[in-house]
Each structure stands twice: as C-alpha cells, then as structure tokens.
Design a protein around this ligand. Structure first.
Ligand code: ADP
Ligand code: GLC
Length: 482
C-alpha cells in the first residue's frame, strides 16, 4: 500500500470548472478502491465548506511568506471514505465566485498569493510537518495551482517522490517579477532553469522542472506538447524531460457509477446497449426541454463545454449553420458558458434557427447528463484537447462523438468506416469545412440505422473506467525515483 497525497485546486462535486475536478475525485477514489492510502488536499473555498457536512480542524500551520497561520480541515470526499484535507485561509478562499475568479471580471487579482499559499501548505503536508503523523510516499500535484509544491520540497531530504500532472498546458500561472518578490520564494528560483519564464514567474514550471516525473492525460498530448504548436514555449523543456524518460501520458478514466446510462438519476429513461430503444425517450425529453420539434429521425447533435477557443465553438457554429442553411435534417443543443462573444454567437444561431437549435448558457450538471443521454452525436472539434471527458461520457451513453484528431480525442475515438466499424467520426484540420465533412459522414451513416446501432453498441462496450488508468498511475508512482 502506498501513501499518496493528491493535490488539486478543484474536486467534483465540491468545486468544478472543468474535467480537472472530475479526475481529482474519480482517480483518488479508484486508487482508494485499489487499496491505496490516498488523501486529497484542496483549498477550503466557501462553496466547499457549504457543501461538506462536517469538517474538523486537525492542524494549524505557519507558512513562510504569510502572516496568519492556516488551518487544515479534515473531511471526506462526498459519498466515499477518501480523506479530504482543506487548506483554510478565509482571507484567500472564503469569497463568493469561482475558484479562479468571477466570470464577468476575470481572474482574482491575488491568485499568485492564493495558490502560493496553497502550494506552501501542500509542501508542509507532504513533508509531514503539520503534526498529522502521516508521511506520504508520493506527492501527486495537478496543474499550475499546485506547481510550486514540488519546487519547494525538491531539495529537502526524506521527501516523498513527486509527480506533476499537466491537465492543460494553456493555463500556466504566469505572474510578474513583483509578485515573485512578494511571495518570499528563494531567489535561486528566479532562473531559466527554475521558475522564471521570459521574465515572468511560472507556477507551471515548478512542476515541470522540479517534479521527479511529469505526466499528462493522454499519450497523444504527451507527444504534442513537445512540439512548438502545442508547447507554448515550454516544448524545449518538455522534450528534454521526455528524453530523460520523465514525461508520459495516461488517458483519464471516467467514474462508471456517476456516468452510467443504466442508473442515471438525472435522465428520463435509463437504458443499456441491450435496451437501446429507450435512448429515444431521452431524445424526445431533450427536444421538449429545448422547445424543439420532437422528431425522432433528425440527427440530434449536442455539445457541453466551457466556451473558449480551445473547444472550437466557432467551428461548430459555422459548420452547423452551413448544414442548416442547406436544409439538412439536424438539430443542435448546446450547454456552456464562458467567452461572451461565443455566448452571443450561439444565441444568434438559435435566433436564426429557432426550431433547430437549443441553447442554455450556464452551468448545469443535470442537463449535462440529459444531453449525453438524449443526443445522437456529440460535437467536439477541439483545437487541442489534453484528454477530454465528454467524448468518453458520450461513448458510454451510445452517443457517437465527432472529434478532431488531437490529444485524448485521437486516443479514445475510433473513426467510422462504411461497414459500421468504429465508435465515432474523426477529422483533422481545425476548419469549419473539415468539420462539415465529418458531420455529413455522420448524417449519412445515421440514415443506416443498423450500422449506426452497431457503432453505438461498440462504443458502449469500450472500457474507459479507471481500472486500467489507475493501475498505470500506480506503476508510475513506483517508478518515480528511478
Ligand atoms: P475541460 O476540462 O477542458 O473543460 P473536459 O472534457 O475534460 O474539458 O471536462 C469538462 C467537464 O466539465 C465535463 O464533466 C463536462 O460535462 C463539464 N462541463 C463543462 N461545461 C459544463 C456546463 N456548462 N454545465 C455542466 N457541465 C459542464
Ligand atoms: C483539462 C483539459 C481536458 C482534460 C481535463 C482533465 O481541463 O482541457 O482535456 O480532460 O483537464 O484531465
């Protein structure tokens, strides 16, 4: 049994902006189920404290660079026995709004301090210096918000082995030199081979430079980030670490209990690969919800997403507009929030085709399950996608994904052939035209119900549970110090 401290800035169902939260709950849970002593550490945001039934103060710690002591609260990950530690600094985390800022006004201006404090607390826990009598063998950090922790303990003796997982290289935690100075970090970190990145402080580099090993969330993304196109200037460092054998990719798994069409409390009519006909009830319910004509035979497309350029929303809007202008028998339902320009563009599309397009701007957990269950095909034309979870949820729900061949999308969806082989539809170029070709292929195959159903059944049988991926993490934990 290994002792694993798993550090993340968001954990479902307590606080979530994207897939990181899903993984930060379902991976520790899978490790726990495989007999590991895993504990999660996250910030004590106001929303978490409100959602948790009971927390106990188990430690009070002083952190370098911060005046007030910080409490460590203990609780359990909801619906599990997994120990959850919350770093409680009300000044930094007890506020209304999201974990990184407010949708209208951007990032919190003190994010450098907030996540430096979080990283410092992680380091204290990792070194068993909080008086909790628990010395982890492995510190597993996730994304930039935890990036300083591996750096802070790198030179210490008797430290745990460290793994840093990149969920998205696009968000690096870059701050000014002044902010670096204000954080009281060791001067020697201000170096190209440390945390400095073109005269800025990079939290992400803390993980990339100082962790024993780096992983990312799909094998393809692990290769892509070593190239200029996807590396954001970090491709040299990442290639170097890859050459050392210190960068790998493990495809995310999904929580098979939470995402299970046979027992999904959010959906109208549960179904399985053997009782696929019932999926139609969910389609009708979704069409009703979005006030679209309840036509069983139109191809109902859907997407659920943060509305950011990464996700190729503009490609979807343009390609679907062309399809609808040409009179194709398709409908589209969308759920998302983010960039106001994309929100407006979606509303414009809806206004132009009110009986073909449904749009919900916002965040809605229940509706996200209903869309996965109700649509025929899921559109995910991401410009880059480290892993992507919605295509995995789609496969499990017999909803065929239409994806760009990048990152985890390329690693999880098999392109259709004319004989009903494959589990979805792939295309390469990030252009509306290329997506349109894939949409037309899907539309053509949808006219052949036997082949479509064959693909649905194949998709539903693919196993993206955590079983294999959690085992891959365990093997990686064992290799960290090699
Ligand atoms: P990313 O982490 O880049 O946003 P992923 O595909 O890994 O992309 O994960 C996104 C997660 O967030 C999925 O669980 C998805 O269902 C959820 N999600 C995204 N937007 C919304 C929304 N508007 N409402 C509900 N869930 C959402
Ligand atoms: C990131 C990525 C997404 C991935 C998720 C969980 O948010 O954008 O592709 O699935 O992290 O690893």
């Amino acid at each position: 049994m290994r002792k694993i401290l798993f550090a993340s800035s968001e954990v479902h169902p307590l606080v979530k902006t994207g897939g990181l939260a899903d993984v930060s709950a379902s991976l520790p849970l899978a490790l726990h189920e495989q007999g590991q002593d895993v504990r999660i550490v996250m910030p004590a945001y106001r929303a978490c404290l409100a959602a948790l039934e009971g927390t106990a103060v188990v430690a009070s710690i002083n952190l370098e660079g911060f005046l007030l002591p910080v409490e460590v609260l203990e609780s359990r990950l909801p619906n599990s026995d997994v120990v959850l530690w919350l770093v409680n600094s009300p000044y930094h985390f007890d506020r209304e709004g999201g974990p990184y800022g407010q949708p209208e006004s951007g990032d919190w201006p003190d994010n450098a301090a907030r996540f430096a404090l979080f990283s410092r607390a992680i380091a204290v826990l990792a070194m068993n210096e909080a008086g909790l009598s628990w010395q982890p063998d492995v510190l597993h950090c996730n994304d930039w918000q935890t990036g300083l922790a591996p750096a802070l303990i790198a030179a210490q003796e008797q430290r745990p082995a460290t793994l840093f997982t990149i969920h998205n290289l696009a968000y690096q935690g870059l701050f000014s030199r002044d902010e670096f100075d204000a954080l009281d970090l060791p001067d020697l970190f201000w170096h190209m081979e440390g945390l400095e990145f073109y005269e800025q402080l990079s939290f992400m580099k803390g993980g990339l430079v100082f962790a024993d090993k780096i992983s990312t969330v799909s094998p393809s993304y692990a290769e892509e980030i070593c190239n200029e196109e996807y590396g954001y200037g970090l491709e040299g460092l990442l290639s170097y670490r890859a050459d050392e054998g210190r960068l790998s990719g493990i495809l995310n798994g999904i929580d098979h209990d939470e995402w299970n069409p046979k027992r999904d409390p959010y959906i109208t009519s549960p179904y399985s690969a053997k009782k696929l006909d019932k999926k139609a009830d969910n389609k009708a319910a979704l069409q009703r919800y979005f006030s679209l004509p309840q036509e069983p035979d139109v191809l109902l497309l859907g997407f659920i997403s943060r509305l950011v350029s990464q996700k190729g929303i503009d490609l979807t809007i343009s390609a679907v507009r062309q399809l609808l202008d040409a009179g194709a028998a398709v409908q589209l339902v969308c759920l998302g929030s983010g960039d106001p320009d994309y929100e407006r563009d979606l509303q414009v599309l809806r206004a132009r085709f009110p009986d073909k397009v449904g749009v919900t701007i916002g965040y809605d957990e229940a509706l996200s399950h209903q869309i996965e269950a109700g649509v025929d095909a899921f559109v995910m034309p991401s410009r880059f996608e480290p892993c992507g979870l919605n295509q995995l949820y789609s496969l499990r729900y017999g909803t065929l994904p239409i994806v760009r061949t990048t990152g985890g999308l390329a690693d999880s969806v098999e392109d259709a052939d004319e004989l009903g082989g494959g589990t979805g539809f792939q295309f390469e170029l990030a252009t509306p035209e290329a997506l349109l070709v894939a949409l037309n292929r899907a539309l053509a195959l949808y006219q052949q119900p036997v082949l479509w159903r064959q693909m649905q059944v194949t998709a539903m049988k693919r196993d993206f549970s955590w079983q294999n991926s959690a085992a891959a993490y365990l093997a990686l934990y064992d290799d960290l110090s090699l």
